[in-house]
Design a protein around this ligand. Sequence first.
Ligand code: 5GP
Ligand code: ZN
Length: 135
Amino acid sequence: MKDSNCIFCKIANGEIPSRTIEENDMFRVVLDVGPATKGHALILPKDHYRNLFDLPEETAAEAIKMAKKVALKMKDKLGCDGVNIVQNNEEAAGQTVFHFHMHVIPRYKEDGQVIGWRPGQPTGEELDAIAEELK
Ligand code: 5GP
Ligand code: ZN
């Protein structure tokens, strides 16, 4: 299913031109126009899903397979030293385009890019309580 108001639906289905680096029946993989590093790509399903919360399991499984393929290609063709897979869900988590996408970000030694979080310092008891809550 597509959403006629969604820019990533239009990109994924070729209605808006993009710099495509991989494509199959389920996904188009394009370069991000605001890249964190050289080669930063987005895996876009051709069907519209808002994010991980409503992504079918089969599409999720195929997305990670595509991420592996793209990561290997980046290593081979760009000579990157590492890769981050980033996937944001909902505004609180930094999602800005509400069509599921997976970022594949090649990393280069000393590329100066920061992708991360400030580590907390919970006590063992606090971690135990959270683990209970999530079981
Ligand atoms: P989010 O923050 O939702 O995880 O990431 C959205 C990403 O989409 C950003 O990295 C942004 O640069 C990228 N982006 C936004 N609009 C376009 C577009 O029209 N084309 C492409 N290729 N990337 C886009
Ligand atoms: Zn969409």
